[in-house]
Ligand binder design. Structure first.
Ligand code: RP5
Length: 182
């Protein structure tokens, strides 16, 4: 259990998606500046009808909030945590240290090093504390949402069907040939 002081650090209402019911995916990010990337995960979960919550949780600026969030995540009904951060991106790894839930890390593109720093900060976890690391930026955020849906769909047949439909629609949307139209 989180200590009383740590639990108290988890204040304020999270942002929520359009799907009804308690959040199944927790989307956390180190800064407001990560939201333009992480909102792609949220939008993908909305498209699949997966309820999510989003909070700003920084490993460096709000460490007590991180501890409280990760320690209470499973008990609050979350099934996965998507953690996005840029630069010295310790958020996914520290979240994984505090929860047994699957943690999916999204390296956010940083201004100076273009996200290579974020990627290397997230991907090289020591054996024993896994973080599923995705691609830098939007692709990583979308795929973290799809992986979360796939994990939850293992015990949710209706979601499995929605995920299959989503993939079929994606396949159908790919043109047979390139076009000169802009
Ligand atoms: C990280 O530092 C955040 O995840 C963000 O990607 C980066 C920069 O944060 P800001 O200075 O824009 O708040 O903690």
């Amino acid at each position: 259990q989180a200590s009383a002081s740590a639990a108290g650090a988890l204040q304020g209402a999270p942002l929520k998606g359009t799907a009804p019911g308690p959040a199944q995916v927790g989307i956390i990010m180190g800064s407001q500046s990560d939201w333009p990337t992480m909102r792609h995960a949220a939008q993908t979960l909305d498209a699949l009808g997966v309820p999510w919550e989003a909070r700003i949780v920084s490993a460096h600026r709000t460490p007590d909030r991180l501890q409280a969030y990760a320690k209470t995540a499973q008990g609050r009904g979350l099934k996965t945590v998507i953690a996005g951060a840029g630069g010295a991106a310790h958020l996914p790894g520290m979240a994984a240290a505090w929860t047994a839930l699957p943690v999916l890390g999204v390296p956010v593109e940083s201004r100076i090093l273009k996200g290579r720093d974020s990627l290397l900060s997230i991907v090289q976890m020591p054996a024993g504390v896994p973080v599923g690391t995705l691609a830098i930026g939007r692709a990583g955020a979308v795929n973290a949402a799809l992986l979360s849906a796939a994990i939850i769909a293992l015990s949710d047949a209706a979601l499995a069907q929605r995920l299959a439909d989503w993939r079929a629609a994606q396949t159908a949307s790919v043109a047979a040939a390139p076009s000169d139209e802009p």
